[in-house]
Design a protein. Sequence first.
Length: 134
Amino acid sequence: MIVLDSSFLIAFHNSRDIHHDRASGVMERLVDGEWQGALLLEYVFLEVMTVLLARRGLATATAVGEALLQAREVEFVPGSELFVDTFHTFRTQRSRALSFTDAAIVTVARQRGTQYVATFDTDFRNLEGIEVVP
């Protein structure tokens, strides 16, 4: 499994994003089954919808949201299930660089036994047990 971050999803769904081509390559690998599916956290979904609404409009944000929720490769992970554990990750981080959403990504990756995170966010680099893709 691979955990999806908002920077990755936004880049993939916004052809004007500087990372779009790299995100497209990773998405192709995901659809081809390289990670046997992906985890999409509710917190990440919220960020993606907000950013795409601002940058691309309601129609694009809605279409992307529907596609993500219907994708057979993607498992939706509600935030409420992770809240207490995420807060623990957030408050005990050493770098003080992770947002609450990023702490949730790290938490779910560790809970689900995966090291892979699809992101362009440099805050994930050098975290023990996390491998950034691409």
